[in-house]
Design a protein around this ligand. Structure first.
Ligand SMILES: Cc1cc2nc3c(=O)[nH]c(=O)nc-3n(C[C@H](O)[C@H](O)[C@H](O)COP(=O)(O)OP(=O)(O)OC[C@H]3O[C@@H](n4cnc5c(N)ncnc54)[C@H](O)[C@@H]3O)c2cc1C
Length: 419
């Protein structure tokens, strides 16, 4: 424990990173104010921390910066019926991201990402348990594992994933088609094999959990201001300023946890961080959640099904197209087709949703002080794993703010790697 005590913190963003960070700061008796343009308690709140697949996936160390899929990327991009799609009007804006991505798409970077994702993923469930024991999670969380299924088409990639996970000591139990059908008898056997991660769990309502953590924060004395933050300044060595349209607020330290929207603020701070978004979609099949016991992901299709309180959520795909393009009907149709391939009994869908994964080209998040302003701390860029990593990010960021010592190697998450 350090003897230093931070006097006040402003956290921008009430997604899962912001709320968990704010909660952990309060636990250290540091006064905290969260800013968000949308109130997370509002039913209209529809950010990534609302609409994701709800997986707590501590095993998911491998990301898309892997040489085995690089050859398939152009083919996938030109097809409107695959798991990856592109909005062509956005290609030119994504060039800096692609350049960095290509630099990071090799075996060495892939293993670096896997190692440092594993470092934090491995702590992710314990960090959540600490928070979850303080809220009533009845009907919000299920601990039945997560199943991935695949066909024999991309066995080279499947074998690579299995090896990397084995090397890191991640528990995985392989399943034949029959064993999968014993666990999930309603699935159509359109796959050849799979794996279950028995220690994984899933949220039946990510938004429900987010709201409960947020309410806990408010009940313990945290403050919330509903406003869009225009910029953050460091006015002197121990004072930052959060500027909204109407007012500005002073805090000793500030945290940027705006998910895919963080770049707008970091650009103003003069840091050129190549953050972009992988857009993803979901739809619900109402009252169909009982068809499966646990999440099932079809790897070849880049999509999955999660049983949730809102219904059976068909969720996934990656679309590169920025924050402003409208949702694509083709992506929704793709999701529905994939869902019906696994469960032909599905009928009408509702609630078409588009969300924004915040993704850096090396598929590591940015967690740590801004390169230019040490009192401004970053907590964004958690791509496909931001739901899983919310609680551990909150612990790490609150530790940085309180100037506590850590045994973790945090240097790989620094924004300095891009500057
Ligand atoms: C389809 C899909 C499926 C996913 N499935 C999973 C999964 O199963 N497991 C998993 O671990 N992860 C999953 N993810 C990823 C995960 O949802 C995200 O990484 C995570 O929610 C990001 O959290 P966040 O707090 O960083 O950002 P967000 O949830 O996007 O929150 C950012 C907040 O900042 C606010 N904000 C932004 N700019 C400003 C501003 N200028 N002023 C004020 N407020 C601002 C926004 O209103 C928002 O509330 C999925 C994502 C998608 C899209």
């Amino acid at each position: 424990m350090s003897s230093y005590r931070c006097k006040s913190v402003g956290v921008v963003g009430s997604g899962i990173q912001g709320v968990c960070t704010a909660y952990q700061l309060l636990k250290k008796n540091i006064p905290v104010t969260i800013f968000d343009k949308t109130d997370p308690l509002n039913p209209e709140y529809k950010m990534a921390s609302y609409g994701n697949a709800g997986h707590f996936s501590p095993y998911a160390v491998l990301q898309f910066n892997r040489p085995d899929i690089l050859n398939d990327v152009p083919k996938m991009l030109f097809s409107s019926t695959g798991p990856l799609a592109l909005k062509w009007n956005y290609v030119h804006k994504m060039v800096p991201w692609f350049v960095e991505y290509l630099k990071n798409c090799n075996k060495k970077s892939m293993l670096h990402t896997a190692k440092y994702m594993h470092q934090i993923l491995n702590l992710s469930i314990d960090a959540y348990e600490e928070i979850l024991k303080e809220i009533d999670t009845t009907n919000l969380i299920e601990k039945k594992g997560i199943i991935y299924v695949w066909t024999n088409k991309n066995l080279k990639s499947r074998n690579l994933e299995i090896k990397v996970r084995n090397d890191l000591g991640i528990k995985q139990k392989f399943l034949s088609t029959n064993e999968i059908l014993k666990l999930e008898p309603n699935l159509s056997p359109v796959f050849d094999a799979g794996v279950i991660y028995e220690d994984a769990m899933h949220a039946r309502s990510p938004h429900g959990i987010l709201k409960k953590i947020f309410k806990l924060f408010i009940n313990k004395g945290g403050k919330f201001i509903k406003a869009e933050v225009k910029k953050i300044n460091q006015i002197n060595f121990n004072q930052t300023e959060i500027v909204t349209e109407k007012q500005s607020y002073k805090f000793e330290k500030s945290v940027i946890a705006c998910g895919a929207f963080s770049k707008k603020i970091t650009d103003q701070l003069g840091e050129n961080i190549p953050l972009d978004t992988e857009r993803g979609y979901h739809v619900h099949f109402k009252h169909m959640d009982k068809l499966i016991e646990r999440p099932v992901i079809f790897l070849d299709r880049g999509f999955g099904l999660t049983p949730m309180n809102q219904g059976l959520r068909a969720v996934g795909t990656v679309e590169l197209g920025g924050l402003k393009n409208p949702p694509s009907k083709k992506r929704i149709k793709y999701l529905i087709r994939c869902a019906k391939e696994l469960l032909p009994q599905l009928d009408k869908h509702e609630d078409e949703w588009l969300g924004f994964r915040p993704t850096l080209p090396d598929f590591l998040p940015i967690i740590g002080p801004s390169k230019k302003n040490k009192n401004i701390i970053y907590a964004f860029g958690h791509h496909h794993l931001g739901w899983t990593l919310g609680a551990i990010t909150g612990k790490i960021v609150s530790g940085i703010i309180a100037e506590e010592k850590t045994n973790l190697d945090l240097s790989p998450y620094s924004s300095a790697r891009f500057n």
